[in-house]
Design a protein around this ligand. Structure first.
Ligand code: ADP
Length: 401
């Protein structure tokens, strides 16, 4: 079965074509700067030279046409005809309150997604454009949506309601939704498989630490709490986002600097976090480099990240009455032994102890158990693969149609 996975952003469209029988990626790429004059297309196939071209891509439909031409091209292609595509899996950022799992996207679902773009203004319209382009150009192919929020739909009410007047939840659906759900679900399931225990019998804390970061507590196969909230702004300090702060800080700065809501939004989303504190970069590697040169603000930013993660792990251990494992994933989680080591330091109270040699050697190829021999709680490094999870969900759903 061949599944095309589409991740549609406001000005980009990423794709990955899977052959699910062989669990292999046939091709992947990105159409960039859609609607911005000269755009570009990059197309990659394993073991073959990459293809790159500059072209005007006026809209998402044009981007999809370009990629369909590429994957079926005589020279650059990986399939003979678009009829070989059995289904399309779409990465959708927000499924609102109603969508509780991956699902076929028909007319009703599209209308619902359109109705919730107000709470998802950045990614909502882009996701819809991607689906509409696929419905037009691949009209007989099932379209499946896989949602960043849906894994967290199992959170209990007391985990997702904010302590605001209840009417804001009723009026505007302001609540914790959580994001990165596909990644948390994928690595938590992988972790259970590594431990040889059914997912439904595990308690796992997954730390997705990338440019955007979140931590999730999965109890007996379900997300019961997660650090991102109404938007992906909540929770941990991130590359350029504050994460959780005293809300009054924002209103104070707005008044002091006479800022509009948009300007304030920009500050907490683009100029804060590791970048804002360190003054160096949003990239953890560059901050760690600066820290070794004695840059105090770089060290401060790293210390804040480490403490944030520790605090959340601790709170989820309290919520779940312990855990079987902690998992590190995404850019920082997979690639930074230093950060993993600092997070796990002085956590032996919980049975968290890592083997430094295994930690340093942990590569991004497959799951690695980095638990020390006397650690009673497992610690894993597991590369996330959201695209594979989307393809797998899509295949499972389409097989039942
Ligand atoms: P996104 O949230 O954009 O998907 P990623 O999961 O790709 O982000 O993570 C990107 C981040 O991973 C980079 O900003 C960088 O800080 C971090 N990163 C990648 N490699 C390393 C490394 N070797 N050491 C520390 N941080 C790293």
């Amino acid at each position: 079965m061949k599944i095309l996975v589409i991740n549609s952003g406001s000005s980009s469209l990423k794709y990955r074509l899977f052959n699910m029988e062989m669990e292999e990626v046939l091709a992947k790429g990105i159409c960039d700067r859609i609607g911005f004059g000269m755009g570009s297309v990059t197309h990659k196939r394993p073991g073959k030279p990459d293809y790159h071209a500059e072209m005007i891509i006026p809209d998402h439909g044009a981007a999809l046409s370009a990629l369909l031409l590429l994957i079926t091209d005589e020279e650059l292609g990986v399939i003979n005809d678009i009829s070989e595509i059995d289904a399309v899996g779409h990465r959708i950022a927000h499924g609102g309150e109603k969508i509780k799992g991956s699902a076929v996207i028909g007319e009703d679902e599209l209308l619902y997604l359109d109705s919730i773009t107000g709470i998802n203004p950045l990614h909502g319209p882009a996701g819809i454009k991607g689906i509409e382009a696929c419905r037009t150009l691949l009209p007989n192919v099932p379209q499946v949506g896989v949602f960043d929020t849906s894994y967290h739909s199992t959170m209990p009410e007391h985990a997702y309601i904010y302590p605001l007047p209840y009417e804001y939840y009723e009026k505007y659906k302001i609540r914790r939704y959580g994001f990165h759900g596909t990644s948390h679900r994928f690595v938590a399931m992988q972790c259970a498989a590594e431990m040889g225990v059914p997912f439904e019998q595990t308690k796992i804390i997954t730390c997705h630490l990338g440019n955007g970061s979140s931590i999730t507590a999965s109890k007996y196969g379900e997300s019961i709490d997660t650090s991102m909230g109404f938007t992906p702004q909540d929770g941990l300090i991130m590359g350029t986002r504050t994460g959780s702060i005293d809300p009054t800080v924002l209103t104070y700065i707005m008044k002091a600097e006479n800022l509009s809501a948009e300007e304030a939004d920009d500050i907490i989303n683009r100029n804060s976090g590791l970048l804002g504190v360190s003054g160096v970069s949003n990239d953890c590697r560059e901050i760690l480099d600066e820290e070794t040169k004695g840059n105090k603000r770089a060290a401060l930013a790293m210390n804040m990240l480490v403490m944030n993660v520790k605090k959340l792990i601790g709170s989820y251990l309290a919520e779940m009455n312990g855990a079987d494992a902690v998992v590190f994933t995404a850019g920082i989680g997979e690639n930074s032994p230093v950060i993993r080591s600092r997070i796990c330091r002085d956590m032996d109270f919980f049975g968290i102890k890592i083997d430094e040699e295994k930690n340093i050697a942990a590569s991004t190829r497959g799951a690695v158990d980095i638990t020390a021999p006397d650690g009673t709680m497992k610690v894993f490094v597991i590369p996330t693969d959201e695209e594979y999870m989307i393809a797998k969900d899509t295949m499972d759903i389409v097989k039942k149609l």
